[in-house]
Design a protein around this ligand. Structure first.
Ligand SMILES: Nc1nc2c(c(=O)[nH]1)N[C@H]1C(S)=C(S)[C@@H](COP(=O)(O)O)O[C@H]1N2
Ligand SMILES: [Mo]
Length: 227
């Protein structure tokens, strides 16, 4: 780890968990880096919240490594490019016109040990978007880029095609609050929250997997096991 990574790690630890009730530092490190399953994390810590400076929003803790970008919806564009036959750049209105709106109720869980049951998202299915842009034979992965300029995440094409993989713009029947990724965030319910980038403005199809932000600090690319 170089100095910058150490700083980031330290900031991360400070930001997201030293205050978690009932978790010792070593316990915390264990579940951060010790091969813990989603179920174990949820079992051990669901319901336990700490006075740790997170801003609660509908029981979410706003988790961001960058400040909330100031997005004017009129200026927003989503670009889908890379290894696709039909690249697109859509305004928000064009996106909603091109794809079918769906509602989906699913649980949300963060690797840090908090989770929320039955979150009601509104958005569009990645699967439908993928069918429209028509990936080339060589495309194996998709990378999500975030307007914050710092955060990226990626999925295999198969993961992106899963029934429940969403691009969400609403929550509980309202627009997504800005800190939660307005106007567009990725939701992959069976994976930890870090797999879903907030403020997505570009989706690139590639022939290899880009490591996501937290994956460079040791999180698993599969998004299901902590390590
Ligand atoms: N752009 C961006 N997306 C992000 C993150 C981030 O720091 N930046 N954090 C991820 C993590 S670790 C989690 S748990 C969720 C948190 O979502 P929330 O802020 O709505 O609770 O967003 C994910 N997407
Ligand atoms: Mo997270």
């Amino acid at each position: 780890m170089n100095e910058q990574e150490r700083m980031t790690r330290r900031r991360f630890l400070k930001a997201c968990g030293l205050g978690l009730a009932g978790l010792s530092l070593s316990g915390y490190m264990t579940y951060l880096f010790g091969g813990t399953s989603v179920k174990d994390v949820l079992k051990s810590t669901l319901g336990g919240t700490g006075a740790d400076g997170f801003r609660a929003l509908e029981n979410f803790r706003i988790n961001s490594v960058e400040p909330t970008p100031n997005v004017q919806l009129a200026d927003y564009r989503l670009t889908v490019d890379g290894l696709v036959a039909n690249p697109v750049t859509w305004s928000f209105a064009e996106l909603k016109h091109a794809l079918t709106e769906v509602e989906q109720v699913s649980d949300f869980h963060c690797v840090e040990g908090w989770g929320i049951k039955n979150v009601r998202w509104t958005g569009v299915k990645m699967r439908e978007l993928i069918q429209q842009v028509r990936p080339m034979q060589t495309a194996t992965h998709v990378t999500f880029y975030s307007l914050g300029g710092v955060y990226t995440e990626s999925l295999s094409l198969a993961e992106a095609m899963e029934e429940e993989t969403l691009l969400a713009y609403g929550i509980y029947g309202k627009d997504l609050p800005a800190p939660q990724g307005y106007p567009l965030r990725a939701i992959i319910p069976r994976m930890f929250g870090y797999k879903g980038a907030k403020w997505v403005y570009r989706i690139e199809f590639t022939d290899h997997q880009h490591l996501g932000y937290w994956e460079r600090y040791g999180y698993n690319v599969d998004g299901v096991t902590a390590r």
